[in-house]
Design a protein around this ligand. Structure first.
Ligand code: ZN
Length: 248
């Protein structure tokens, strides 16, 4: 089975469509690791697309805030403004859809899929402090996670050594392929489709092949100017659309 891993789309339709064009024909089943909405200008269109495309969708913290499950109290002021705008823009049917999204983890083929972390859907896995207990815990050989918007992830080798999985800055398209070794353990972050924060503005996603035991990381340029124009027109906060071209 080849799983298309999409995460943190954040209402960015241009980035989503560009990723789907590149991924076309390369996967069997699509999975979304949460944060369909928040920040970007096309929440309804993104929800519609993800809902039709993905067999499994887990909720993210922005999904919870934008449908009223959470109050966005811990968000920064810009994120709160975008949350408020998204709440007012979403159709009632899409609010209902987001409200009904399950909390992670989802388990498929023995692998775990989460938004933040297996124990806490809102927790960030940013480095060894959070990653090592998970890699050394009893959970599973491989966990797919999002939330940090940093493509790559972490692993332990057959000798138990900790490593970050680093994504090269080039080329566009397939940027890195890793083979999953039975003796190693992995935390895989497919990257953010709609708001990357790893200093690379290109949209990110990954494909997990459970038969050949490989993960492929992809990065693709998209029409970021178009997304920014829509955000400007919607009067979303300026820093939220400037950051898209910087990838942070
Ligand atoms: Zn996010």
């Amino acid at each position: 089975m080849r799983y298309l891993l999409l995460s943190d789309v954040h209402s960015n339709l241009e980035a989503l469509y560009t990723c789907l064009e590149l991924a076309a024909g390369r996967y069997d089943k699509a999975v979304c690791l949460g944060d369909l909405v928040g920040y970007g200008p096309n929440p309804n269109e993104v929800v519609e697309k993800i809902r039709n495309l993905c067999k499994v969708v887990i909720r993210g913290n922005h999904d919870k805030a934008c449908c009223g499950i959470d109050d966005a109290k811990d968000f920064n002021p810009y994120a709160r403004m975008a949350t408020e705008w998204t709440r007012q823009t979403l159709t009632p049917a899409h609010v209902e859809y987001l409200r009904a999204l399950p909390m992670g983890p989802a388990v498929m083929d023995g692998f775990i899929f989460v938004h933040g972390s297996p124990q806490d859907e809102d927790a960030y896995i940013l480095g060894p402090a959070q990653a090592l207990p998970l890699l050394r815990g009893p959970e599973t050989q491989l966990v797919c996670f999002g939330h940090s918007h940093l493509q790559g992830g972490f692993m332990t080798t057959d000798t138990g050594r900790f490593q970050s999985i680093r994504i090269p800055a080039t080329p566009d398209g397939l940027t890195l392929k890793i083979m999953l070794e039975d003796s190693c353990r992995y935390l895989i972050n497919p990257g953010s489709v709609g708001q990357p924060r790893d200093h690379d503005w290109r949209a990110g996603f990954a494909i997990l092949d459970t038969d050949s035991k490989e993960v492929e990381y992809y990065r693709t340029p998209y029409d970021v100017a178009k997304t920014q124009q829509k955000m400007e027109k919607a009067m979303l906060p300026v820093p939220l659309y400037r950051r898209l071209e910087l990838g942070r």
